[in-house]
Design a binder for this molecule. Structure first.
Ligand code: NAD
Length: 232
């Protein structure tokens, strides 16, 4: 079969999930070795837990940050960055919070679920620190506990970020999903939206997913292998 010729598409859009980071050593949420097989999200990844035990929740996130910092972008991330240089109209939206795409040189149009490298306060203050642990866990201005700037279980998503991503999906003529199970909503709805716009749909994943039926083409394997093999 022939490689996918990105020149044929006006607005290619890549939609990535935790599976893209798996080869860098960042665990996915679901499946073997997934984070929620080890930790109960109700103790670490929801606003209720944060209100009950902010220090325990922040410690958990610092641990994940430390582990993620030790991971490096893999050949798939670098290949994607190269494709973007070649095709500046190629947009990337991600559910990943680990910043590996950006570290690999990819311009990310929307971080749908935020970033583990930021903390935020309800008073509007944001702390950003990827190099080391957070300088403070409490807001300098109002002294409240700062919370990770990510979408937890039971949170509403960021409406502005989703609107921005939605506009890209509505306009795309090629939709490529990489390493996403399609079970986390509303982000999973982007695949359905792209289907409705008539975009050509390609799924890159070692396994079939709940949304596989939406796709025109299924490429089975790991992200780095499939990106190198099919996209140039
Ligand atoms: P998921 O854990 O639900 O699914 C991961 C998918 O990746 C699976 O379908 C799996 O078959 C596939 N996969 C595994 N290894 C792969 C590989 N080498 N190459 C390609 N695909 C591979 O992840 P999701 O769909 O992104 O949803 C999980 C949610 O959890 C997201 O909201 C995301 O924000 C968050 N999350 C993020 C990270 C991260 O930032 N790295 C990690 C875990 C979870």
């Amino acid at each position: 079969m022939q490689a996918i010729d990105l020149r044929r598409y006006r607005r290619p859009l890549f939609f990535t999930g935790a599976g893209l980071s798996a080869e860098s050593g960042v665990p996915t949420y679901r499946g073997a070795g997934g984070i929620w097989a080890q930790y109960n999200y109700e103790d670490y990844a929801c606003q209720r837990a944060f209100l009950r035990q902010p220090e325990q929740v922040l410690e958990f996130h610092e641990l994940r940050r430390t582990r993620t910092r030790a991971c490096a972008p893999h050949a798939g991330h670098l290949h994607l960055a190269q494709l973007q240089l070649q095709y500046p109209r190629l947009s990337v939206i991600t559910q990943n919070i680990d910043g590996l795409l950006q570290r690999g040189g990819v311009a990310v149009a929307a971080e749908l679920h935020g970033s583990m490298w930021r903390l935020r306060c309800r008073c509007g203050v944001r702390e950003d620190s990827a190099a080391g642990p957070y300088a403070r866990w409490r807001c300098e201005r109002c002294e409240a506990w700062l919370r990770p700037d990510i979408t937890w279980f039971e949170d509403a998503v960021d409406a502005d970020v989703f609107a921005q991503a939605g506009a890209l999906v509505a306009d795309c003529d090629l939709f490529v999903a990489i390493g996403t199970s399609g079970v986390v909503w509303p982000a999973a709805g982007f695949a359905q939206a792209a289907r409705r716009t008539g975009a050509y749909m390609i799924e890159l994943n070692p396994e079939a997913t709940e949304l596989s039926a939406l796709y025109d083409r299924h490429l089975r394997g790991t992200a780095s292998q499939l990106l190198a093999q099919w996209f140039s």
